[in-house]
Ligand binder design. Sequence first.
Ligand code: IMP
Length: 168
Amino acid sequence: MLKELISSRKIKNRVAELGREISTAYAGKEIVMVVLLRGSFVFAADLIRVLEPETVVDFMVVSSYQGENTSGEVRILKDLADNIHGRHILIVEDIVDTGLTLNKILTLLQSRSPQSIAICSMLNKPSRRIQPVDLQYVGFEVEDQFVVGYGLDMDQKYRQLPYIGELV
Ligand code: IMP
């Protein structure tokens, strides 16, 4: 059964708040939004529409999960198309769980000498962290529970839900 945890209205309001915060922080700068697919595409699509600074978008396809269990292995299936040297990178993630994915991505992107890197994650699950990650922008914190919807999947399903729910 699916239990609603965060309604689409709450998500919309929080995305608008994040948009204001990020727009202020990046005023006068160009943002390169790095969207980690697949899970972040819904959040990124909403977030980019509430950002005021000029924002370009690029995508990485990262795979680290099989069903409900982490494989512990992070694979980059598709790298960025653009050169990020000297640019302001905003990584957009759906959820930070163990932190393994973002640590790998951060190391890779930092090696390309951007001017700055920040992370904006819709959800944060701090109780599951294995490697620490500095998150500049977070939508909501969740407990140690498996959540779906608003882009997040379980075996590729439930991404289309307009709210975030828990499978119970
Ligand atoms: P991490 O490397 O453990 O931080 O995992 C990050 C990735 O795992 C996210 O981008 C999601 O794709 C996936 N993930 C972690 N927790 C959940 C969850 O509760 N629901 C759906 N996907 C999750």
